[in-house]
Design a protein around this ligand. Structure first.
Ligand code: SF4
Length: 327
């Protein structure tokens, strides 16, 4: 594995956990009821080093903290260039609230959606009418010069609709700049939601092919490279390892640096991986996957490591500058 400079990575952004409350009740949630501690914004701002340009607000649902706009203003004043939130966007249903947050200095919103289909979305959020509010929230945010990144968590309930979901959001909301697809990170309670990799493969391939043809900036997380055959360069983890780490983490902002650095500890691999050409840049499957499914599904990837590196380099140097509006 490439040698990662962890100290450097830890110094490029700050994360601030602003609330443990949420107006959704997602079946996939891994943030609420965790041991996350609410950090002191004052302390973060006072200790900000010049090379830290990004601050990320997450929770729970950060918009439920009534002081969020003040936090954003303070962050900008103290020198953070990018102010990012990880949100379900429901509060942006309210235009005045949207304007207040944008005017405070928000630069990027990472918005969690599950499906184009209202029923599927609301089954996973566990809240009626959350779909309509999220859609209107995306619409309102799209009226402003803010980077919008969608985050779609793949579960057993939504993987078959992946292409339709991408089609629906990118057609209806042209302000969307990026799509992230992630296999659900399960815990003991919700591991029944994890889909089998072999089952999602054809849907994932279609989604990637569709996005590639449409020049949609897309990446996937939590999928072993043997399930991304010929699309290995769309893997967040492979991008992270192979490219400049600052760039790679920047495109998936709510992915905590600490998680990146300990990512390998949260993943499992099989003995067969030792025979794989891409073993050094693949992290295998998330924890819990191997409690449900057999790792016999994993098959050595015969593609050439050098070719994958070349494709990732091409993405960063040629493709990304063209397909992104706000980087
Ligand atoms: S065989 Fe193992 S190392 Fe190779 S792509 Fe699959 S999970 Fe990754």
């Amino acid at each position: 594995m490439a040698n990662m400079n962890n100290n450097f990575l830890n110094e490029i952004r700050n994360y601030i956990y602003v609330t443990d409350r949420c107006n959704n009740n997602c079946q996939t949630c891994s943030y609420i009821n965790t041991s996350n501690k609410i950090l002191s914004l004052e302390k973060l701002i006072k200790t900000r080093k010049n090379n830290i340009s990004q601050i990320i607000f997450f929770g729970g649902e950060p918009t439920l903290n009534k002081k969020l706009h003040e936090f954003i203003v303070l962050s900008k004043k103290s020198g953070y260039k990018d102010v990012i939130i990880f949100t379900n966007a429901r509060m942006f249903y309210y235009e005045k609230y949207t304007e207040k947050i944008i005017n405070s200095g928000l630069t990027k919103a990472v918005i969690k959606v599950f499906s184009y289909d209202k029923n599927t979305h609301e089954t996973l959020t566990n809240i009626k009418n959350s779909y309509d509010q999220t859609l209107e929230g995306i619409n309102n945010l799209s009226k402003h010069p803010v980077h919008i990144s969608l985050f779609i968590t793949i579960t057993k309930l939504n993987y078959k609709g992946l292409v339709n979901t991408i089609l629906f959001y990118t057609c209806n909301f042209p302000g969307i700049n990026q799509i992230n697809i992630s296999l659900t990170k399960a815990n003991q309670e919700n591991k029944k939601l994890i889909p089998k990799l072999s089952n999602i493969r054809p849907y994932l391939e279609k989604a990637l092919e569709f996005s590639k043809n449409k020049n949609i900036d897309i990446q996937v997380e939590g999928i072993p490279l043997c399930f991304l055959n010929n699309y290995e360069d769309y893997s967040f983890e492979a991008r992270h390892i192979l490219h400049n780490e600052v760039e790679a983490t920047e495109i998936n902002p709510f992915f905590k640096i600490i998680e990146v650095n300990t990512l390998k500890n949260k993943k499992s691999k099989s003995d067969i991986c030792k025979q794989c050409n891409l073993n050094s840049i693949c992290f295998g499957v998330w924890d819990f996957y191997n409690e449900i499914y057999d790792l016999n599904e994993l098959k050595p990837n015969e593609n050439n490591l050098k070719d994958v590196k070349t494709k990732i380099k091409y993405y960063y140097t040629k493709l990304r500058p063209v397909i992104k509006k706000y980087y």
